[in-house]
Design a protein around this ligand. Structure first.
Ligand SMILES: NC(=O)c1ccc[n+]([C@@H]2O[C@H](COP(=O)([O-])OP(=O)(O)OC[C@H]3O[C@@H](n4cnc5c(N)ncnc54)[C@H](OP(=O)(O)O)[C@@H]3O)[C@@H](O)[C@H]2O)c1
Length: 340
């Protein structure tokens, strides 16, 4: 019997561990009965529980040390979170890092900051807004060479809106913009790597959601479900890139990381609820490791989904090659129709 892949994710393991032990500590309390003793043992139990839980949430580590001086790496969305940590680490390893960020001035400022943080690494900032196909094209035209493309930028929106090209904004940013950027850079990426930062959230997609026109969400928008769909599309994109062109493309879940800016568009109470998950989450440094693993390690497997610095089984829907092909065709058609 195959266990569900979610049961191997550090945050799920940690959640189960904490829930079981919470009840365990109550039982210990009742068994001991004598109150000073039971309080003492319960505190000891909780302390031990947090210590073990810390080990569970960290997950596997990948700390690259081999220098990559002749490599050019492009990272989308490096103002904060995972993208920023990866940019810093890759610059430290000697790569030329190009970061794509909204606004030229802002991009240059962040590039300078990351260069300083990496103690003098080469970091260049270019304007990139993934929600505009024209902007993506302008960005791609500035790129001479690329060895590793990290499609990291991501957004979470709670209300329905469309981009300048008339595409639903969340899907446009997370999926369509990255798809277009990869297509434009593909001739220069034949021997390189493409890394798509997807999410565990792709498990939430139901077959009924698989309409990429997103008409189904127009009247009743469900931000998390559109986010999940865009992340599933990124898994399809990576597997199809490898299948169609033989490009080394990888998709991944970085872990649950509370201290990034991803939740900023969410209502206050949802953000607070998300903070509670910090007990089962990773730090940004730990959360950047699977991206670095897919970008650099020989143990990463092209076309596959990764989590916790190893290949991991994705959802059944994500493994469906017919649906991956369909997603590719529909995204390609959408870009042809909208790109000028
Ligand atoms: N944090 C988690 O728990 C978690 C879990 C699973 C997957 N992920 C994925 O990990 C990736 C990185 O997220 P993070 O947690 O590090 O969040 P983050 O700190 O919010 O970083 C997201 C980055 O994307 C950029 N971005 C957003 N919209 C953009 C656009 N239209 N054009 C260009 N850049 C844009 C943001 O730039 P601005 O500053 O301009 O907004 C920011 O630099 C995302 O793809 C996310 O879906 C995160």
């Amino acid at each position: 019997m195959k266990l569900h892949p979610l049961l191997f994710e550090p945050e799920i393991l940690s959640f189960l561990f904490l829930s079981i032990n919470f009840f365990g500590s109550i039982i210990v309390c009742f068994i001991l009965r004598t109150w000073p003793l039971s309080i003492f043992f319960t505190c000891l139990y909780i302390l031990l529980m947090f210590f073990v839980n810390h080990g569970l949430t960290c997950g596997r580590h990948y700390l690259p040390i081999k220098k990559i001086p002749n490599q050019t790496v492009i990272i989308t969305g490096a103002t904060s979170g995972i993208g920023r940590v990866c940019a810093r680490r890759l610059a430290q390893l000697g790569a030329k890092v190009i970061i794509g960020i909204r606004g030229q001035e802002r991009a240059e400022k962040v590039a300078e900051e990351i260069s300083k943080e990496s103690l003098g690494g080469t970091v260049i900032g270019y304007d990139l807004d993934l929600s505009s196909l024209e902007n993506v094209k302008n960005f791609a035209e500035r790129i001479d060479s690329v060895d590793i493309l990290i499609n990291n930028a991501g957004s979470l929106y709670e209300t329905y809106s469309v981009t300048i090209d008339g595409i639903e904004k969340q899907f446009a940013t997370n999926c369509v913009g990255h798809f277009y950027l990869t297509q434009l850079l593909l001739p220069r990426l034949k021997h390189g790597r493409v890394v798509n930062v997807s999410s565990i959230a792709h498990h939430l997609v139901r077959p009924a959601d698989l309409d990429y026109s997103l008409r189904q969400f127009k009247d009743k928008y469900h931000g998390s479900r559109v986010y999940a769909l865009s992340k599933l599309a990124q898994i399809y994109h990576a597997s199809e890139l490898t299948r169609r062109y033989g490009v080394k493309a990888y998709s991944l879940h970085p872990g649950t990381i509370i201290s990034t800016n991803l939740q900023r568009n969410r209502p206050f109470f949802r953000r607070v609820a998300f903070q509670i998950l910090s007990m089962i989450g990773k730090t940004v440094e730990q959360g950047s490791m699977t991206t670095l693993f897919c970008a650099l390690s020989d143990d990463a497997k092209p076309g596959c989904y990764h989590s916790d610095c190893q290949v991991r089984r994705s959802s059944q829907l994500a493994m469906d090659t017919r649906r991956a092909e369909q997603c590719w065709n529909e995204t390609e058609r959408l870009i042809k129709e909208k790109a000028k």
